[in-house]
Ligand binder design. Structure first.
Ligand code: ZN
Length: 76
């Protein structure tokens, strides 16, 4: 198995590609925590726009839009 190095899209740190080729393990874990929080929020508050979500979750709009673009979150 070859170890491939990549720069984390979130923090820019160089990391060995394992779970995701875009994020280091730390940011990947953080993203998963955020994503599950957002999914929980959407269950309770359906029909939110990305802007409303970002404000309600205290996350950057850039981050939310990135999740939607990657297909991790589905925009309503
Ligand atoms: Zn990172």
């Amino acid at each position: 198995m070859t170890s491939e190095l990549s720069n984390c899209q979130e923090c820019g740190r160089l990391f060995i590609v394992k779970h995701s080729d875009k994020l280091c393990l730390e940011c990947c874990t953080e993203q998963q925590i955020k994503v599950s929080a957002i999914r929980q929020y959407l269950r309770d508050h359906p029909g939110q726009t990305a802007v409303e979500m970002a404000e309600a979750m205290d996350m950057s709009l850039h981050f939310i839009l990135g999740l939607i673009r990657q297909g991790i979150l589905v925009a309503s």
